[in-house]
Structure formats: C-alpha cells, structure tokens
Design a protein around this ligand. Sequence first.
Ligand code: FAD
Ligand code: NAD
Length: 457
Amino acid sequence: MTRSFDAIIVGAGQAGPSLAGRLVAAGQKVALIERDRIGGTCVNTGCTPTKALVASAYAAHLARRAGDYGIGTGVVTVDFAAVIARAQAIASASRGRNETWLAGLDGLTVLHGDAKLTGPTSVAVNGETLEAPRIFLNVGGRPNRAPMPGLDQVETLTNIEMLKLETVPEHLVVIGGSYIGLEFAQMFRRFGSQVTIVEMAPRLIAREDPAISQTIRAMLEAEGISVRTDATCIAFTPRDGGIGVQVDCREGAPEVIGSHVLMATGRRPNTDGLGLDAAGVETDERGHIIVDDTLATTVPGIWALGDCNGRGAFTHTAYNDYEIVAANLLDGDHRRLSQRIPGYALYTDPPLGRVGLTEAQARETGRPLLIATRPMTRVARAIEKGETVGLMKIVADAETRRILGAAILGVGGDEAIHGVLDLMSADQPLDALRWAVPIHPTVAELIPTLLVDLKPA
Ligand SMILES: Cc1cc2nc3c(=O)[nH]c(=O)nc-3n(C[C@H](O)[C@H](O)[C@H](O)COP(=O)(O)OP(=O)(O)OC[C@H]3O[C@@H](n4cnc5c(N)ncnc54)[C@H](O)[C@@H]3O)c2cc1C
Ligand SMILES: NC(=O)c1ccc[n+]([C@@H]2O[C@H](COP(=O)([O-])OP(=O)(O)OC[C@H]3O[C@@H](n4cnc5c(N)ncnc54)[C@H](O)[C@@H]3O)[C@@H](O)[C@H]2O)c1
C-alpha cells in the first residue's frame, strides 16, 4: 500500500516536530515518523534529564557547603532513586507535552516505526510505502563507543544506561573528558561516587583555550575527581569486583579499577540503515549527511536537519536548522546556515558559556586581536554568591571592532554569555555595548567593562 503526502519527516527530535507544525499550518499533509520516543535525544536521554540531574547534584553540593554561608543542614544524604525519578519525571512531562501537541495537529500523521528511504521521493515504514515530493531527515545520532582493546569483554555504559542506574556507582570511570564526560563526572562525584576521568587528549575539553581546560580540571580535582589525560593506550580487563581500565602508558598508576565505566567518546549519526543509497543522498566519511548552506542534501527535494548533518551538535543548532528550512520554504526568506553564530554551554558547575572563536582559532585567522580577561574572583556577584571559580574572556578584531568570540566560565556563565552572543548576532561593533548600563550585581554587568579593558594581544 502507498500513501501520498506533501512532506515526510523522519525523526521527531529537535527539528522534525516544529517543522511538522509549520508545514501543516501552511495547509500541507505531513507524515512524521519516529522509531523511538517523541522528543529524541534531548528530551529523553540528553539535555533534559541531564540538566535535571545537574540541578540535583548542585543542590547536594550547596547543602554540603551550607556552613560557608552560615547555614546548618545536618548530614547531607542523596536519595538516588528520588534523584533519578525527578529527572525522568521532568523528561517524560516534556515528552508528553510534545506528544499531545503533535496529536492535535490537523493534517499530521504520526507513525511509530523505523523509516528507510527507498527512493528520492519514497520512504518505507512498518511494511508500507509513503510518497512525498519533499523529505526531511532529522534522524540525530547515538553514542559512539570508540573501539578499544577489551571493550567487548566488559560491560560499559552510555548516557542512556546512566539514566537507568538504580544505585550510585562506587567508582565511576569516565572515558572522554568533554561535554558528556565532564557533566556526568561532576554530578556523580556529588552523588557520592569516586570518579576518574580518562581522556586521550593532553587536556580536558581540548577544543577550548588552555586556561579554560586548566581551570575546569582544577575545579573538578578540588572536588576529589581524579583526572588522567594523555591516555593513549586505554584498554579494558574484567577484574574481580569491577573493570580494570588501563589508563596510562607513561606515568601514574597504569590501571584503575572501576565499578562502572561510562563511554563518553562522542556520537555518530543515525544514517546507517536509513537507505540513503537508494535515494542517492551522499554522506561524508563520518556518516554525516552532506548539506549545502540551506540544509539541502545532494538530492533535490531532500533536506537534512540537526545532528545528522554534522553542522551542529546541539539542540539549539537542530532547532535553528528547522528555522532556516521553514523560513526559506514557507516565508520566501533567504536564511543560510553560515549566518549562524556558534554558541554553546558546558553544564558543569560553574558552567562554561561560549560563543564564536576561541583565542587559538582567532589567532589562526591572522587578524589583529584585542583581548580582555577577568577572573571571577573580581566579579561582585560571584563573590557574594560564594562561587568565584572561573574567568571571563573576550577576543575582538582590532580593525573591524567586531567581537570574534567569548568565554564565561563562572556562575551564571551560560546565561551571561548571551549578552555577547546577541551583540555578535546583531553584527554590531563592540563600541555599541560600551555605554550600556547593565544591572548590578550581575555577571553580565562585567561585559561592557571587559570591552573597555580590551588590549592588543
Ligand atoms: C547526555 C547528553 C546531554 C546533552 N545535553 C545538551 C545540552 O545541554 N544542550 C544542547 O544543546 N544539546 C545537548 N545535547 C545534544 C542534543 O541532545 C542533540 O544535539 C539534539 O538532541 C539533536 O537533535 P536532533 O533533532 O538532531 O536529533 P535527536 O534528538 O537525536 O532526534 C532524532 C530522532 O530521530 C529518530 N530516528 C532516527 N532514525 C530514525 C529512523 N530511521 N526512523 C525513524 N526515526 C528515526 C530517533 O529515534 C530520534 O528520536 C546532549 C546530548 C546528550 C547525549
Ligand atoms: N552541554 C551541552 O550542550 C552538551 C552536553 C552533552 C552532550 N552534548 C553533545 O553531545 C555530543 C557528544 O558529547 P561527547 O562529550 O560524548 O563527545 P565529544 O565529541 O564532545 O568529546 C569526546 C571526548 O572523548 C575523547 N575521546 C575520543 N575517543 C577517545 C578514546 N578512544 N579514548 C579516550 N578519550 C577519547 C575526545 O578527545 C573528546 O574529549 C557533543 O557533540 C555535544 O554537542 C552537548
């Protein structure tokens, strides 16, 4: 049996549902196919539950530090079952809101099944064929367990299984010191685990400037987390009562024994098994779908949005992909991927808010630079809150007087960075903010001060 639609959307993650909403509002007949849970990674096993867990971990940490503020709490305990239940409840409420909204959309057919392209205008799902002149792929990604010796002999966890744990691991060994690894490492330390982070690069979150990596390492070590970098010969061995992880070839204890191992070594796109060959859609060497500046694939009439196109790896980039596609197809707009200013946050405590280029990337451009930094120990709000770890940094182009990038590693950094992000998005010179009158006491109030402090570097 073949059913015809105006558009087929594969994947109900961060772009698909919103696009479905816009298309049906424009009078189109749309099929939205999801093989797992509505909401995709972010809602079910990513942003939403992990940020809920980060909040619980912060509560435990602050309670333990209550004496610093003149407050007594007694012994602080962690009810891990309640912590997980809270995170799952927040995620399922979010999923439920999405499901209810989608179910109420006239013109939308939601199908639960594994979709596969069978041609440039056709998709097979649950034994039937759907036809449409436009197909939108929003298939996301999944954890990538980097191949390592012994991996097949031991049981390891990903972010998905971490959310199903019933007890706090005695010793959590985290392989990979980037977003997933660092967020889980800190939260589980605060829940009571012994934690070791094992990273093959010379420093944690190695895409950031060295001062950021060093500060994050120091703040994690101050909480009792053990960090092993330069771990280029990781291997696993089953051991009595745990998993032996060979972590270092040159110095330090050569092996740590963990009760649990979290693999946080990146993600891979869900493009294998999607039938891309049958439609002629091309991918790059990592399996990401190749798209142009409008998110169009190599096959006319097929677009790829979100993590599966490798042009973003965040919920807000997936959502922005939807905005670009919808604006161009439905509003006669001319929005482009290249107009996007890259911004993101790492939700450790304190968080790292980031936008644009790092200093290293800015130097590679060969442009004359202006740089200003400020430690959080000189930010009134941070001092008052008793959370002075971190630094703020802005890098600007001395000629164009445009900000090239910024980092705020500190309390409220995920929010305050938007002051810079918005200025960059508006394509305004840094002088536009110099005379702004920010609110005291905030972290963001130091952004105009930093702009005044910019010096050739
Ligand atoms: C632990 C963790 C924490 C994160 N935290 C953050 C954060 O704080 N902030 C942030 O911005 N980002 C975060 N991310 C990243 C964020 O989750 C992703 O960037 C985002 O979900 C990508 O959205 P997407 O729509 O591209 O894909 P997804 O959300 O992965 O959705 C894709 C959907 O497609 C479905 N699908 C795949 N193949 C098929 C098929 N053949 N047929 C039918 N359906 C299919 C999948 O089941 C899935 O539901 C986090 C990720 C993880 C893993
Ligand atoms: N706050 C956020 O926005 C957030 C939070 C979590 C996840 N995410 C998204 O999820 C995606 C996946 O996150 P991630 O942290 O798993 O991936 P990542 O690609 O950011 O980092 C993987 C880390 O693992 C290390 N690594 C890779 N292979 C290794 C090996 N063999 N041995 C030891 N270390 C190894 C890398 O050097 C790197 O530090 C990211 O793209 C990110 O966008 C975002």
